[in-house]
Design a protein around this ligand. Structure first.
Ligand SMILES: *[C@@H]1O[C@H](CO)[C@@H](O)[C@H](O)[C@H]1NC(C)=O
Ligand SMILES: CC(=O)N[C@H]1CO[C@H](CO)[C@@H](O)[C@@H]1O
Ligand SMILES: [Zn+2]
Length: 354
């Protein structure tokens, strides 16, 4: 497909902060976007054209497409919130009072220019037809709850980012960068010129049918590679995602339990190290870059336990690189930096032994 470059100018050299969020303002706590990497940012970005274009795709409605090939870590777009709402208190198990959120969104909306209002009102809202017939139905409220993201302590609406479609094997991730007051979308895999940019709206370690259920509120059936594959491939994907989820749960638990230093304990440690390496490979096989850093960290911990310093260091470094590029200052990045240095020290000490 051939694309014409938009001539609008954007500057894309920023330092990125991370936040764990998902689309719509009911947060999904276990969805980790922790594998950002920014190594190929173009430092001399002044005057560089946009990396994306919003286009109708044949018979499929609007989508966002790459106008050039993108490397892992390249920034696709960054956007300040068009509408920012300070939410009422979050109620455990119930979420926010949507009526109150709607009232606050309406008040903020009234302050905007006509153009800004029109851009917001052109977004897709997901609601049941019956809802629209209820008294007091507010389309803005529906648009806001379908598209807003947790944005620091607030809820933010990002009309350009909202155009990016969902995939269960996404090629982009996003995070709120408090330092620049923008939400940033970056390539989490290599993206070809003309390829559609996709992010995930939901946690991804679920089966095809579980994912479809989570996507129901958004009003579409997912037709991504992972969901539209033929049955045997879909089943294999389901198994991999279930194995990945189980392995994360088990290894997270084991990573904080004590070691027993006897024969059985050592055997178990060997087994856990093998499992952790397998997990890291599975995550890559299923192409879920959001989970790479987390898997690499576990592989580092379990290889350190069996004193395989070389492997442990390799995995720690990988996790550190992924985290550093996402946010050099985050607690997680600093933790991985310290761990990597400790492992290198242990490795050196061992080499120094007679
Ligand atoms: C939700 O907010 C609205 C508007 O402020 C209020 O009238 C209503 O009582 C609230 N509902 C609940 C369940 O708290
Ligand atoms: C290209 C493409 O798949 N576009 C879809 C993006 O999402 C919207 C809203 O669900 C659909 O209407 C488009 O068909
Ligand atoms: Zn899908």
């Amino acid at each position: 497909m051939s694309l014409r470059l938009s001539t609008i100018v954007s500057c894309i050299s920023v330092v990125l902060a991370s936040s764990v969020t998902s689309k719509g303002f009911i947060p999904f706590p276990h969805h980790q976007f922790d594998s950002r990497s920014w190594n190929s940012q173009n430092p001399s970005c002044s005057g560089s054209p946009l990396n994306y274009v919003v286009l109708p795709s044949l018979g499929k409605g609007l989508g966002v497409f790459a106008v050039r090939a993108l490397e892992v870590g390249d920034i696709v777009m960054q956007e300040a919130p068009a509408l920012l709402v300070h939410p009422p208190p979050f109620r455990q198990g119930m979420g926010y009072n949507v009526t109150e959120v709607g009232i606050r969104a309406r008040a903020a909306f009234e302050e905007l220019s006509e153009d800004a209002q029109a851009e917001i009102m052109s977004l897709t809202a997901y609601y049941r037809p019956a809802e629209a017939r209820l008294p007091g139905f507010d389309l803005l409220k529906a648009i806001f709850s379908s598209n807003a993201y947790n944005t620091g302590a607030d809820l933010g609406l990002f009309p350009k980012i909202a155009r990016i479609n969902h995939s269960c094997r996404p090629n982009a991730g996003y995070s709120w960068n408090a330092a620049i007051g923008k939400r940033v979308v970056y390539a989490s895999r290599k993206i070809g010129e003309g390829e559609e940019i996709t992010v995930s709206y939901i946690p991804l370690l679920l089966s095809v049918s579980e994912r479809q259920k989570r996507l129901d509120p958004y009003g579409f059936k997912c037709g991504c590679d992972a969901c539209a594959a033929e049955e045997s491939a879909r089943k294999a994907g389901d198994r991999r995602r279930r194995d990945i989820r189980d392995a994360f749960n088990q290894l997270e638990r084991e990573s904080i339990s004590d070691l027993v230093n006897d024969k059985a304990g050592n055997k178990k440690a060997q087994q856990l190290a093998r499992q952790s390496a397998k997990l890291a490979h599975l995550v890559e096989e299923e192409q879920l870059p959001d989970y790479y850093a987390k898997a690499s960290r576990l592989a580092a911990i379990f290889h350190a336990r069996i004193q395989d310093w070389e492997q442990a260091t390799r995995w720690a470094q990988k996790s550190y690189e992924l985290r550093r590029m996402a946010d050099a200052e985050s607690k997680e990045t600093k933790e991985m930096h310290a761990l990597t240095n400790n492992l290198i020290a242990s490795w050196n000490n061992e080499g120094a032994k007679p």
